[in-house]
Write a protein that binds this ligand. Structure first.
Ligand code: GLN
Length: 484
């Protein structure tokens, strides 16, 4: 079997036992990328030389018998909005073309300290705004299960890379579902951690009160492994919590006896019958494994899409003000004066969706509209949080589909922005409340992967891994090899 087909934890075990060298592993992934990525478009930059050099360093450590990190020799793909020293960080935007990160994001530092190997930077929706990856300024990512379909977004490159065996693990970012939705469209496991669990230091900001780095792997164990490594307090991000990071491996047991799972009625109204059926099957598995599954109600969730798009756009309009053609990357060629540099660079450098969000965000923050939109949205945010807290004081997790549809056709939704936004209905409430949530594959509808979502209490990632693992080990839906 080719090495690229192994799961991350299997690679690590083989490397530690000296069955294979880290260099062989990384070369196997690099040749996989070379073979298929021209069809898929998951990578914006492949770190060929750097990754081989890193792998050799790991091999020397092994030869010398030095202590190895948790991710020794595991090849990892990083979304192109997370800084890796010496590599591009374009956010898939023209405005950052040519920009090279002068430092590592905190999460990347952690990955490096644990002896992982960074394979490259993955494609995404521009500035993480989108649900299909069609907003990349450079190229569209294709879904590995059907190349005429989207991989989801905005971390579509990171999801497609793991699903198609172009990386063992990957990092994405989440503002409103950008890890969970593409993970579910591509048939892999993806986690959005609690706000404050993982540092945002070195990650290009979209909406700072919602953003969080998320993790992706082929199975729950892989996802838990990388989550443990990147989690933890960072004095460079004052919103990170100084709460001990558990050994998530301890949570990987099949036992979920007595665990309480809430099923929000509101989320199942009008849901596509075939997806509904998949979720009902998941509920049956949990019941068989001893969990208590009960109907609950989260009445305010209907407001979350509107709430999210007001808050996210408001914050984005402020965060993206720093891209002015002076400090980073791209600068327009023609300008008369300093103001002109800014106007022309932004006009030429930003894509349509990014401009739409900046305009919307500026509008809801402007005098006269601030109270009517932004301030009201913050109040609604609090109510949504309280809705969740009420339920999560009695339940260990809430279950929902991850997305109302499977991967849709390229071009199907990008003319109708509202229908694209509505696809985020199950994921955005979690970011609004700052809660953790995981998506787990639960089979296929017409050949396309479906995922279900478990939402947990603050810093309850361990419980989510436990439930997800229990389900995964009771079924056989995972990791069909995409026909690419
Ligand atoms: N699809 C959502 C949006 O376009 C979420 C994006 C994200 O999580 N980065 O805003």
């Amino acid at each position: 079997m080719e090495l690229y087909r192994l799961k991350a934890h299997e690679i690590r075990d083989k490397i530690i036992r000296k069955d294979v060298k880290a260099e062989e592993v990384v070369k196997s992934f690099l040749s996989r990328i070379e073979d298929i990525d021209s069809k898929l478009g998951a990578y914006l930059y492949v770190a060929k030389e750097e990754s081989i050099k890193e792998a050799k360093r790991v091999d020397i450590k092994i030869e010398k018998g030095e202590k190895l990190g948790l991710l020794a020799g595991i090849p990892i793909a990083i979304k192109d909005n997370i800084s890796v020293l010496g590599m591009q960080n374009t956010c898939a935007s023209k405005i950052l073309e040519g920009y090279i990160s002068p430092y590592d994001a905190f999460v990347v530092k952690k990955l490096k300290t644990c002896d992982s190997v960074i394979l490259g930077k993955t494609n995404m929706d521009e500035f993480a705004m989108g649900s299909s990856n069609e907003n990349s300024a450079f190229k569209i990512v294709k879904n590995p299960f059907d190349l005429s379909r989207v991989p989801g977004g905005s971390s579509g490159g990171s999801a497609a890379a793991v699903a198609s065996y172009e990386a063992a693990l990957s990092l994405g970012t989440e503002t409103g579902g950008s890890v969970r939705q593409p993970a579910s469209f591509c048939g892999i496991v993806g986690l959005k951690p609690t706000y404050g669990r993982v540092s945002r230091n070195g990650v290009v900001a979209f909406a700072s009160t919602l953003d969080q780095v998320g993790t992706m792997g082929k199975d729950v164990e892989d996802c838990a492994l990388i989550t443990e490594v990147v989690s933890g307090v960072d004095k460079g991000d004052f919103t990170t919590a100084d709460i001990e990071v558990p050994n998530y491996k301890k949570f990987l047991t099949k036992d979920v006896k007595g665990k309480r799972i809430g099923v929000p009625e509101e989320f199942f109204n009008g849901l596509d019958g075939k997806i509904h059926k998949k979720i009902s099957d998941v509920l049956r598995v949990f019941k068989e494994n001893g969990a208590i599954v009960e109907k609950i109600s989260l009445p305010l969730l209907n407001y979350s899409i509107a709430d999210y798009y007001i808050i996210a756009c408001a914050e984005a309009s402020s965060n993206l003000a720093r891209f002015d053609g002076v400090k980073y990357g791209f600068r327009a060629k023609n300008f008369k004066d300093a103001e002109d540099i800014c106007i022309n660079s932004r006009t030429e450098g930003f894509g349509r969706e990014v401009k739409r969000r900046i305009i919307l965000g500026t509008y809801v923050l402007s005098k006269g509209y601030y109270d009517a939109y932004y301030k009201k949205a913050l109040k609604v945010r609090n109510l949504i949080k309280m809705d969740f807290q009420k339920v999560l004081s009695k339940y260990d997790a809430i279950i929902t589909p991850t997305s109302p549809t499977t991967a849709f056709k390229i071009g199907e939704k990008n003319k109708d922005v509202l229908s694209m936004y509505l696809g985020d209905v199950y994921t955005v409430p979690v970011n609004i409340a700052g809660l953790p949530a995981i998506t787990v594959p639960c089979g296929y509808v017409e050949g396309l992967p479906v995922g279900f979502q478990l939402i947990g209490n603050y810093f309850g990632e361990g419980t989510l891994f436990n439930l997800a693992f229990s389900y995964e080990k009771s079924t056989k839906h995972q990791n069909e090899i995409p026909n690419i």
